[in-house]
Design a protein around this ligand. Sequence first.
Ligand SMILES: O=P(O)(O)OC[C@H]1O[C@@H](O)[C@H](O)[C@@H](O)[C@@H]1O
Length: 280
Amino acid sequence: AHETSHKSILLKHPSGAEAEVRLFGATVTSWKVDNTERLFVSKDAILDGSKAIRGGIPVVFPIFGTDEKIKLPQHGFARNSDWEYVGLLTDNDEVSVRFSLKDNQLKQSQRSAWPHSFRLNYTVALTEKTLRTTLVVKNEDEDTFEFKTLLHTYFQISDISKVAVSGLSNLTYIDKVQNAAKVVEENQKVTIAGEVDRVYANVPEEVTIEEDGQAKYRIVKTGMKDTVVWNPWIDKAKGMGDFGDEEYHNMVCVEVGSVADWVKLGGGQTWTGGQVITAL
Ligand SMILES: O=P(O)(O)OC[C@H]1O[C@@H](O)[C@H](O)[C@@H](O)[C@@H]1O
């Protein structure tokens, strides 16, 4: 049921659900349920490996944004590296594929910017209505290292003006469009009518995206603490070479991760985090 090429892996579930994962970044670039695409990938996305893919689910690791002390590109090296395809796993109703990335697959400059021995295992699993993406980080050093990580999911929506995100009320967020001000979310449902770039910290496990009053996606996270909500809106959209000027209407990023604080991982230890997204 799997068609492999050197560039992407296609997952097919007996129900008809499908997903595509590129080896570049282990980026999930398509998830179809009921023959309908659920992830947003820009029409201008660059797919030749020269830039992180604008859409789907890029994996952010080991930094979020940029970092003064760690000289890595924005959001780290995972989304810009060629991962190895480990193989296929199946059980009764779930079809899954696994990818891995080790420090020895990195460019020398990246290894010296983040000088740790590690292994990432990333599993993408499909059932009839769900997509599960799980990241395992193994510290293969003797010493503790620290990282941030995030699954930068771009959801496909019809009209941003009709979208609401629930599950975030009363939480404190860092507002990246207001100089990282800390703000308490007072709305029961978060709506988007301008540039939004927020890190909600310590988020309960379940968040729902609705459109036109109807729940569309449920996102359940495990092992990860925070949730980022991002829409570039008009000016940022125009400024991005790999994003159409009008595409902000059709996407919202709701990204599970551990980014507000560093995750400390002892030598020889493993950490697991991930999400299950359900198409409702
Ligand atoms: O353009 P990039 O590097 O893919 O980042 C996209 C966005 O990713 C979000 O997660 C960040 O919070 C935003 O600040 C950022 O603009």
